[in-house]
Design a protein around this ligand. Structure first.
Ligand code: GLN
Length: 184
């Protein structure tokens, strides 16, 4: 769990509740041996400064290049885009739905997810304004991409750690387990 700033505590509770062992990542050494990493919501400018201060950009790129599952939510989605860490071929538009007043909830139909729509909580959320051919869009709001996958990376504009539907965390953990099995 990237724990430099933002909404990481609720993610940790969800992941631990699903049986995962978690570690809070603040410095380079914390990244060693991880099977997956969540980049939480928060404030992407502050998070970017902290990533630079701690020299985390390069080891995060190495983690992604090794095929380690990454889950980026809200500001974490922004962190993975072309203009930030450059790990995903997406262009995030910050605060795309507007500022605080445009926080809202929506039921999202997801491709490849059983059990009906996901109740999603958006807080000053970005959307994916543009993406390359390797990116699969998984869900949209008013025609704007708010969930996508590229290889082992999954990004969500909203806050799946809020509320009690944990299917997207389960999917991330399934990727982590599969990746671990493949590496063993
Ligand atoms: N608006 C924030 C940003 O641009 C992201 C909001 C969030 O993570 N809830 O960094």
């Amino acid at each position: 769990m990237l724990a430099l700033q933002g909404a990481f505590a609720a993610h940790v509770r969800v992941l631990e509740g699903l049986g995962a062992r978690t570690r809070e990542v603040r410095v380079r050494a914390d990244l060693e041996g991880l099977d997956g990493l969540v980049l939480p919501g928060g404030e992407s400018t502050t998070m970017t400064l902290a990533v630079e201060r701690e020299g985390l950009a390069e080891p995060l790129r190495a983690l992604a290049a090794a095929g380690t599952p990454l889950l980026g939510t809200c500001a974490g989605l922004i962190m993975l885009d072309r203009a930030h860490l450059g790990l995903m071929d997406i262009e995030a538009r910050r605060n795309a739905f507007g500022r605080q007043v445009r926080s809202f909830e929506s039921d999202l139909e997801f491709e490849h997810l059983d059990g009906g729509p996901v109740h999603a909580i958006f807080i000053r959320a970005p959307w994916i304004a543009e993406h390359g051919p390797d990116v699969e869009v998984l869900a949209t709001v008013d025609g704007h991409a708010v969930a996508a996958r590229q290889g082992s990376m999954l990004v969500l504009s909203f806050h799946p750690e809020l509320g009690d539907d944990h299917r997207l965390h389960e999917q991330f953990l399934a990727d982590v387990v599969a990746r671990r099995a493949a590496a063993a």
